[in-house]
Design a protein around this ligand. Structure first.
Ligand code: FES
Ligand code: FES
Length: 152
């Protein structure tokens, strides 16, 4: 049994300690916004926040999150998340959408740390999030747009 906070509520789950957090969140808790892509920490589709930091939920054992705060795309709130969502819509970032939950989780984590990220900051934060539809340039532009909104 592991007890943790997810999107502001406490949950206790019965999965084995080494079960990946992604499995628990999708299958046991029914939150399916976070996606399975590679399962080996290489694509970013499963990105969640753990105590505010982006993590790959496909390789995070559920026991690692005991007593901690997990945020998924469903629970993402606040000014940074709003600015990112608005920029994503304004710039029509999404194509098939499969990677975008992870992209947004990484972008929000970046902008929460660095309010006006440089190109290098964006590279460092986002390069691990793969998009098969090649939306990278729109993502980059949307991050800058969200930064401008937050500054204004
Ligand atoms: S599914 Fe977790 S990084 Fe690809
Ligand atoms: S929008 Fe299709 S994989 Fe990124």
């Amino acid at each position: 049994m592991t007890t943790f906070q997810i999107n502001g509520r406490e949950v206790s789950v019965t999965a084995e300690d080494d079960t990946p957090l992604l499995w628990v969140v999708r299958d046991e808790l029914g939150l399916i916004g976070s996606k399975f892509g590679c399962g080996v920490a290489q694509c970013g589709a499963c990105t969640m926040h753990l105590d505010g930091q982006p993590v790959r939920a496909c390789v995070t054992p559920v026991s690692d999150v005991a007593g901690r705060e997990v945020t998924t795309i469903e629970g993402l709130g606040g000014d940074v998340a709003s600015a990112v969502r608005e920029a994503w819509v304004k710039l029509d970032v999404v194509q098939c959408g499969y990677c975008q939950s992870g992209q947004i989780m990484s972008a929000v984590a970046l902008l929460s740390e660095i309010s006006a990220p440089s190109e290098t900051d964006i590279d460092n934060a986002m390069n691990g999030n793969i998009c098969r539809c090649n939306t990278y340039q729109r993502i980059r532009t949307a991050i800058h747009d969200a930064a401008t909104t937050l500054k204004g």
